[in-house]
Design a protein around this ligand. Structure first.
Ligand SMILES: [Zn+2]
Length: 528
């Protein structure tokens, strides 16, 4: 066993991730069949949790843009005319060339992602023309209105969503949206666009992830999901899932003109964290899109299981973690830095010992009371089995101590929040548990199991009915699980071939498995 390896993600990207991840810039927000299904600034959601600025004013009859102006779209997946065996029929199911769908307008600024956007649009249209009939048993109607980049210089009109025309500020406010009135997608393509910023920092794949998400809302409009008026969180989860399924296509080389690397997939994941809901917005809030943990989870379900699994998510939604602060907790959900009864180090250490001693209560010798030691020199630790805890923490079996890089943890705490500490120390306790369990795993499988075991601890400290769990020293607050994910994004292997820590994608998946499915799902992975 060794301590955590030094992080190997490229420096530029790492710095970018830290910057982007620490700024919760915006959230995908405000849904409804006839309102923009969109990215919206977080402030607006926090201030106006239940009102979409355009939803009340949306009158399909005032929409000049087109034939599909009825938001209660009549396409009914259960209707008599559908025959799953016939597949697409008629001229409307012929995919149009991307130039017909993508209306770039008269003065489009050149962007590095332009080709990717065109290829993505063409692929989504083609893909859904075959996937939609398979999933929903009726022909796919092509995206009627098209896709519109909006920028201040544009004088060619962008369709309105409840008004005659979308102004540039209208689109800018939402960043990107699908509107069922007119059946179109618009995105902010201006110089100050959040999407431009994200694509520069995280990679152009962000654009594909966003477009695939918005297209998912067009699918929901077609199959009558919006007409059932489910809570926004469920339509958003499904759109994230569809986006993940499409991203897997791009990663597997199935999208003409788009080739995603593992880093591109990671960029898409990171973008979802950036656009998560702000903390203290209930997932049942009418405009909620979910915490980063929930969003990334839905994306991963799609990535790993494909479109058909996503199609089930409206009727059988994924579990959601609470995103509301407990009334008795800290105002921002963060414990103080450091030791002392209210300090995050003391809380985490105490609760990790509580949990693991409980788990090992029936085993001879039980689980030792581990203590933490701030390493004087993180690259040269005073432990026979551990060389370095640079940018992390590690369990020292010969002394039952956990050494940690205090400066690094403090930096993570300041940048993201207190659960960066919880996750990092949690994996060191998991390593101790794995050692006691006699796990023969090494390298990536061992590291991933530690993520899972850490998740199993987290499962026991999730709040119950808005209250901290009974009998624990720690309680998960909104934002905590996103902080774990933010930490993971910084330490995962750069690509899937590396097989040391696991990629961020694999680590999040494993952590999430532990959180949602508890201890046995983790220990089952240990070979006899
Ligand atoms: Zn959405």
């Amino acid at each position: 066993m060794t301590g955590w390896r030094t992080y190997t993600f490229p420096v530029r990207r790492r710095a970018a991730l830290v910057t982007m991840l620490s700024a919760s810039l915006a959230v995908l927000a405000a849904c409804g069949a006839s309102s923009p299904v969109a990215v919206e600034r977080s402030r607006e959601l926090a201030d106006q949790p239940t009102t979409d600025p355009t939803s009340d004013s949306t009158d399909p009859t005032t929409d000049p843009t087109g034939p599909t102006s009825d938001p209660t779209d009549p396409t009914d997946p259960t209707g008599p005319s559908t025959d799953p065996t016939t597949g697409p029929t008629g001229p409307s199911t012929e995919p149009r060339p991307p130039s017909d769908i993508l209306d770039v307008g008269n003065a489009k600024p050149e962007r590095s992602y332009d080709d990717l956007v065109a290829a993505t649009v063409a692929d989504l249209e083609q893909l859904w023309s075959t996937t939609y009939p398979e999933l929903y048993g009726e022909p796919y109607e092509p995206l009627e209105g098209g896709v519109f980049p909006a920028y201040p210089e544009r004088t060619d009109p962008v369709p309105g969503c409840g008004n005659d025309e979308s102004s540039y500020p209208d689109v800018q406010a939402y960043v990107a949206f699908y509107c069922s009135v007119g059946d179109f997608i618009a995105y902010d393509d201006g110089d100050d666009s959040l999407l431009l910023q994200l694509s520069e920092e995280l990679g152009d794949s962000v654009m594909g992830v966003v477009l695939a998400h918005e297209w998912g809302h067009a699918i929901q409009q077609r199959n009558g999901t919006f007409a059932q008026d489910p809570a926004t969180i469920y339509t958003e989860q499904q759109a994230d899932c569809f986006s993940g399924a499409w991203t897997a296509r791009a990663r597997n080389g199935e999208v003409d003109g788009v080739e995603f690397s593992d880093a591109d997939v990671l960029g898409g994941l990171a973008a979802l964290i950036t656009v998560r809901d702000p903390i203290n917005v209930s997932s049942q809030n009418p405009g909620a899109h979910g915490s980063g943990f929930d969003r990334v989870g839905a994306f991963q379900v799609g990535y790993l299981n494909g479109f058909a699994r996503c199609a089930e998510l409206i009727d059988t939604p994924l579990p959601l973690v609470p995103n509301e602060l407990s009334p008795t907790g800290n105002p921002d959900g963060n414990a103080e830095w450091g030791d002392g009864p209210r300090g995050i180090l003391t809380i985490v250490v105490g609760d990790l010992n509580r949990y693991w001693q409980l788990v090992f209560a029936d085993q001879e010798g039980g689980f030792p009371e581990l203590t933490i030691v701030a390493a004087d020199d993180p690259t040269n630790v005073d432990c026979a089995e551990v060389e370095s805890v640079d940018d992390g923490a590690a369990f020292c079996p010969s002394t039952n101590q956990v050494f940690y890089d205090a400066e690094y943890l403090r930096q993570l705490y300041d940048q993201f929040g207190d659960f960066t500490v919880g996750y990092t120390l949690g994996t060191a306790w998991s390593e101790a548990a794995q050692t006691l369990l006699g796990s023969p795993l090494s390298d990536e499988p061992r590291s991933l199991l530690n993520d899972c075991l850490t998740g199993s601890w987290v499962n026991t400290i999730l709040p119950e009915n808005g209250q901290p769990p009974a009998g624990t020293l720690a309680s998960i607050e909104p934002g905590d699980l996103d902080e774990a994910i933010q930490t993971v994004l910084l330490i995962g292997d750069e690509d899937a071939e590396e097989n040391q820590n696991g990629t961020a994608f694999e680590k999040i998946d494993s952590f999430r498995d532990g959180v949602l499915n508890t201890l046995n799902t983790c220990t089952d992975r240990i070979p006899d």
